[in-house]
Design a binder for this molecule. Structure first.
Ligand code: DSN
Length: 411
């Protein structure tokens, strides 16, 4: 970054500091990942200069002949990757994408069924403080108290009673596979639209490591920067009959100009995800998550639902005499990034809940195998069990630095 170093050393200094933080620590935030340098180069390109409100061949600005090709390439690659009938690649991120889906398909006040936030759902799935919960009439389903899993018979019961216009399946903090087929069967019984938010697992689906809702669901949204390892952004895939309404809802309904540099970076990420190496990556992410969950359970920590089928897990840390917020803080001191998380039926408050959420997407990109993941899990246990011992935390930090140096990020 030679030019930036001359024109704005302040910003360069901050970028260097953050890069070092990422290199020197272990990233276990389940929604984060490391993009390739190719994705970053596309993001840092002159495409960021362009306005291109509208769609391919129908823009409200001149000079869009190249941008049309960029968007067409992203669409073509995305269709190949997910096998969807139609895709809109313009949403700026996950919540705007979900807003566009509701805007395209239902009216304010309409009934929707979604997973409750503290049971693993997302704010935009109907939480009362979010636009979704304010504008639409959400009924929330929960996980079972004993198993920590979604009970599809209960979902069916609620659906038949409430008769929502839309059934939403998707999560931010749920470690089990969703039964897409069953969701679709239930929706068909009441004529509801099916909407899947696969933000967390899109990369695992693209890598063919878990089942896709695309063949079954009417509409599927996802961010592109989590397990999918692309730039920050989102896409909405849908069956052909919903295509026009979705496109109209994104533009001019919700957004102005798309971020063309991000569209190009998405095209790069889709290309990367179409390679056989990406399928190997997706499998390894799950292998690493399973190993991490097993290690933590062996050490006496409770994992919600007693394991994982994907890249993430929610760990109840309270049995070790510590809260989720405190666990997040001491793990940060040790050099491990996590995010505090509520657990289902959490007796504690969301700002200081009972759990932390962990994910293995980023460490797997970095090259961590099963053996090093096991070491990371031991560091987590050590940190949590010795959370008041400053000298111990310092020594764990040193060991983590040593481990990180074995897996250089941007060398
Ligand atoms: N904030 C993201 C997550 O961490 O899961 C979802 O939007």
């Amino acid at each position: 970054m030679k030019i930036l170093s001359q024109t704005d050393p302040d910003v360069l200094g901050l970028i260097s500091k953050e890069t070092k933080r990422q290199e020197d620590g272990i990233e276990l935030i389940a929604s984060e990942n490391y993009t390739s340098k190719a994705v970053m180069e596309a993001l840092g390109s002159p495409l960021t200069n362009k306005y291109s409100e509208g769609y391919i061949g129908k823009r409200y600005y001149g000079g869009n002949e190249v941008i049309d090709e960029v968007e067409a390439l992203a669409i073509e690659r995305c269709k190949k990757l997910f096998g969807c009938e139609h895709v809109n690649v313009q949403p700026l991120s996950g919540s705007p994408a979900n807003a566009a889906v509701y805007f395209a398909t239902i009216k304010p006040g309409d009934k929707v069924l979604g997973l409750q936030l503290d049971h693993g759902g997302h704010l935009s799935h109907g939480h009362p403080v979010n636009f979704s919960g304010m504008l639409y009439n959400f009924t929330q389903y929960q996980v079972d108290r004993e198993t920590g899993r979604i009970d599809m018979e209960k979902v069916r019961e609620i659906a038949l009673r409430e008769k929502p216009k839309m059934i939403l399946a998707g999560f931010s903090a749920y470690s089990r596979s969703l039964d897409w087929k069953k969701f679709k069967e239930i929706a068909d019984e009441i004529g509801a639209i099916t909407f899947a938010d696969i933000a967390h697992i899109a990369g695992l689906i693209a890598g063919k490591a878990i089942e896709s809702p695309v063949p079954y669901f009417d509409i599927v949204s996802t961010t592109t920067h989590k397990t999918l390892r692309g730039p920050r952004g989102a896409i909405i895939m849908c069956k052909e009959p919903f295509a026009k309404a979705i496109d109209k809802a994104v533009f001019p309904g919700m957004q102005g100009g798309p971020h063309d540099h991000a569209t190009a970076a998405m095209a790069v990420a889709f290309h990367e995800a179409l390679q056989p190496e990406f399928q190997a990556y997706a499998k390894k992410v799950i292998e690493n998550a399973k190993v991490m969950a097993a290690e933590l359970m062996d050490a006496g920590l409770k994992i919600i639902s007693d394991g994982t089928d994907n890249h993430l897990m929610v760990v109840d840390v309270t049995s070790k005499g510590i809260s989720g917020k405190e666990a997040e803080r001491v793990l940060d001191i040790a050099g491990i990034s996590t995010s505090r998380s509520t657990i289902p039926f959490d007796p504690r408050k969301p700002m200081d809940p009972s759990g932390v959420r962990l994910g293995t997407a980023a460490i797997t990109t970095r090259g961590f195998d099963v053996a090093s993941t096991r070491i990371v899990a031991k560091f987590i246990v050590d940190t949590i069990e010795n959370h008041s011992d400053e000298a111990k935390l310092k020594s764990i930090r040193e060991n983590i630095l040593e481990l990180c140096r074995k897996y250089p990020l941007y060398a």
